[in-house]
Structures are given as structure tokens and as C-alpha cells.
Design a protein around this ligand. Structure first.
Ligand code: FES
Ligand code: FE2
Length: 424
């Protein structure tokens, strides 16, 4: 995986606007990006028992992850080897995988078990018509899959950022809220809004007292990244008052201790400042002492200017409350309602520490603001007057991301005009 000199992106640069609106670019991503990278497809808890399965759709790719009787995970392309029918959608549990078109049946390991009226087919080997496997692995309680079985293992894909993230103990978290939103914007338009806080002034002015937009720091591990936004002006937060970082850190630690949770490896900054990580290519998350909000950006299979965004709220569970069950997925139609309306009845699970009602409300308002703005960004990006996006040092993660993508696309005869550029 190409690594980009941090100093190169720190000066800012330019990204072609066609990356956000050209069907040809969506096709390039379909060929050169999605089949080649490890993707976060779900949580282990969603496929905990033998026969449990889930599907993951990203652009033209669809994968089916299945827990085996042996306990291991396997994953396959979600397409029937007979005539291609999509095998499954969502999640569930089964003893066999049966195609709904002509009822071919496959074992959990993908082997063909039966094909009705087989004598009417020309001869074929069972082994040649099993489900087509993809690579699957786990880290931190997450399930990852990669369509390229020759790709380096997940451990090398996550090298560096895995150690960085270890103190958060994602493997001990449960996802207690999962929302799925459809947005009329390219998936990267949506992702980019979660890669910088330069837009807080324009979109979320209420966050300014607690969040300083300038002076963020950045870190990169291969394709992945971190942005840390300092706390807002201490004068506005009030030294020793309820917004004082030291006071907040003390509260967070006390809440963790009450549940028997060890957060000793997380220093005060990590407990109070805004830490926002990105797992290339399509997952971003904000971490707190014992929980996180995770955002997963999924391109539409056929439309360049449409995407799905999933919002997951996750929390570590302590010894003082039973572990919360894994949340189902709720689809939200943003045409008729605001995102925050879908959170109105959300009660954080007993023992939740990172998610007080105040934090849920803070996120609800901020995400409403983002989801109102993102379609307008996409509408503006359609303008023939817009040729390039000019990125500041505050927006350097967007440039870094595009340079990583350039590396993946490099095998193709890509129009040089579509290449991202660092500032001279
Ligand atoms: S397409 Fe699946 S059985 Fe025919
Ligand atoms: Fe935002």
C-alpha cells in the first residue's frame, strides 16, 4: 500500500471535482478500489452462532459472510454460480444457503449440495460450482472481508493503526444503535465532511466553544489516518468548571471505574479532545473513553451521486450491567424526516458511559446539520464552474486519501487531470 509523506499533504493541494461526479470515476473505483481493499463488513456479534450470516454491499460488490459449524468465518461473493442471482440480503441465520431463483443449495462452507433436476444440465463438477470465496478476517470484534484473495493479510493492512487503537478495546464494545441513511451525494462528498473540522464554523457553529478547528494534529499509518482537534478556548470552557478538560477527564475515568473498565492507557487528551480516525477507504469513527461513533460510507451500485451512510454507536460494557444486545439496522429516509428524529427514543444501554443523553443530542444536531448540507455540496459540485477542490492543511486528510487512491489506480491509464496534486 503506498505510503504518503505527511509533509507532502501538510501543505494542502488540489483534487479534481470529476472524482465526485463522473460516472467514469465510479467505474474506476469499481474496478481498482473496492475489489482490492479490506473492508469493514460488520461485527462478529452479528454472526456469532453457526449458520449466522450477513451481507455487505459496496458499489457493484456484494459479499456474504457466514459463521461455520466449526466456529470460523467464511465469506463468498453474494451471487449464485448458476445464473448469478443474489443469494441473500441483510442478516439472518440458516442451515444451508439456498438460492431463491432455482433452489440450488449450498453448505455453509460454500460447497454445492444439490441442484434440482440436475440430469437436465450438461455434466459439471460440483467443485466448480460452489460459492466463490473471498478473504475474511477479524480484528477488534469487527469482521473484514476482501474480494482479492491475493491481497496482503488484514494484519498488514491495519499495521500501525491496530496498535494505536488497541487501548480502546473495540472487541469489548457492542453496537447499540445502527442507522442506515440514503443521501443524494457521492460517497466521497459524504466521507470528506467527516475528514475535517474546517466546516464547523459554517455548519456547526454551536460546537465552536468546545472544539478548536485550527491547530488540529494529524497522523497517518499507510492509508489510514487520525485527526485530533484540540479542545476549544479554555476561557470559554471555564477552568475548573464542568467543561474543563481535566474535570471532564476525571468524570470519564470515574464512570469507567464504576463499571470495572480499565482506561488507564488513555491519557487526558484522548478522553476529552475529539479523536477522529479513518480506516481507508470508507470508515471513520470518533473515539471516547469507552465508546465510539462509527460512520461507514457505501457507494451506490449504479449511481455516482448517491450513497448510503451507516451510523453506529458503540459502547464498551462493564461489569455493572449485562452486555447490550447487538442492534438491528434501521433504515432512515431523510426525505421525510430528520436524522435526529430517529434518535428521539434512543436510550443508551444501562452502564453506557460515553453516551450520556447529552452526547446523543449533540450528535443528533450535528448530524442533522451535516445531512442537510451534504446534498447541497453535491449540487454545487455538479456545476461546470467547479473544476477542482482546493484543500488547506486543515483538510489534508482528504488529500492524503486521494493520493492513496492514486496509488491504487496507478495500474490504469488514468487521465492525469484526474490525479490529486499536492501544493507546490
Ligand atoms: S440462479 Fe441460483 S439456482 Fe439458479
Ligand atoms: Fe460536520
Amino acid at each position: 500500500m503506498p505510503s504518503i509523506e505527511p509533509a507532502r499533504v501538510a501543505r494542502g493541494g488540489r483534487v479534481p471535482a470529476d472524482r465526485y461526479r463522473a460516472d467514469a470515476f465510479r467505474e474506476l473505483e469499481a474496478q481498482r478500489l473496492w475489489p482490492r481493499v479490506w473492508q469493514l463488513v460488520g461485527r462478529e456479534a452479528q454472526v456469532a452462532e453457526p449458520g449466522d450470516w450477513l451481507t455487505h454491499d459496496v458499489g457493484p460488490l456484494s459479499m456474504l459472510v457466514v459463521r461455520q459449524r466449526s466456529g470460523e468465518l467464511r465469506a463468498f461473493h453474494n451471487a449464485c454460480p448458476h445464473r448469478g442471482n443474489r443469494l441473500a440480503d441483510g442478516c439472518g441465520s440458516t442451515r444451508q444457503i439456498v438460492c431463491g431463483f432455482h433452489r440450488w443449495a449450498f453448505d455453509l462452507d460454500g460447497r454445492l449440495l444439490s441442484a434440482p433436476e440436475r440430469e437436465d444440465f450438461p455434466p459439471f463438477e460440483d467443485a466448480a460450482l460452489g460459492l466463490v470465496p473471498v478473504a475474511v478476517d477479524t480484528w477488534g470484534g469487527f469482521v473484514f472481508a476482501c474480494a482479492d484473495r491475493e491481497a496482503p493479510p488484514l494484519r498488514s493492512w491495519l499495521a500501525g493503526i491496530d496498535a494505536e487503537l488497541a487501548p480502546y478495546r473495540f472487541e469489548d464494545m457492542a453496537c447499540f444503535l445502527r442507522r442506515r441513511l440514503h443521501l443524494p451525494a457521492n460517497w466521497k462528498t459524504c466521507l470528506d465532511a467527516f475528514q475535517e473540522v474546517y466546516h464547523v464554523r459554517g455548519v456547526h457553529p454551536q460546537l465552536l466553544p468546545g472544539l478548536k478547528t485550527a491547530d488540529s494534529t494529524f497522523a497517518f499509518w499507510g492509508p489510514h489516518s487520525l485527526m485530533v482537534n484540540p479542545n476549544g478556548d479554555p476561557a470559554l470552557r471555564g477552568r475548573g468548571g464542568p467543561e474543563d478538560p481535566e474535570v471532564l477527564a476525571g468524570h470519564a475515568r470515574a464512570r469507567a471505574r464504576a463499571g470495572g473498565l480499565d482506561v488507564s492507557q488513555l491519557d487526558e487528551r484522548r478522553v476529552t479532545a475529539n479523536y477522529q480516525y479513518h480506516l481507508f477507504p470508507n470508515v471513520s469513527f470518533n473515539t471516547h473513553a469507552t465508546g465510539c461513533q462509527l460512520f461507514r460510507f457505501l457507494p451506490h451500485p449504479t449511481q455516482t451521486q448517491a450513497c448510503v451512510l451507516e451510523v453506529w454507536f458503540m459502547e464498551r460494557h462493564g461489569t455493572d450491567a449485562p452486555p447490550p444486545g447487538e442492534a438491528g439496522t434501521l433504515e432512515i429516509d431523510l426525505q421525510g424526516t430528520r436524522f435526529s428524529a430517529s434518535l428521539a427514543d434512543v436510550v443508551p444501554p444501562p452502564g453506557a458511559r460515553s453516551f450520556g443523553q447529552d452526547l446523543v443530542e449533540t450528535y443528533a444536531l450535528a448530524l442533522d446539520q451535516d445531512f442537510a448540507r451534504i446534498p447541497e455540496i453535491q449540487r454545487g459540485l455538479r456545476s461546470p464552474a467547479v473544476h477542482e477542490l482546493l484543500l488547506s492543511s486543515q483538510e489534508q486528510r482528504i488529500l492524503h486519501w486521494n493520493l492513496v487512491l492514486d496509488g491504487l489506480l496507478a495500474g490504469l491509464d488514468l487521465d492525469p487531470a484526474l490525479r490529486a496534486r499536492c501544493a507546490d
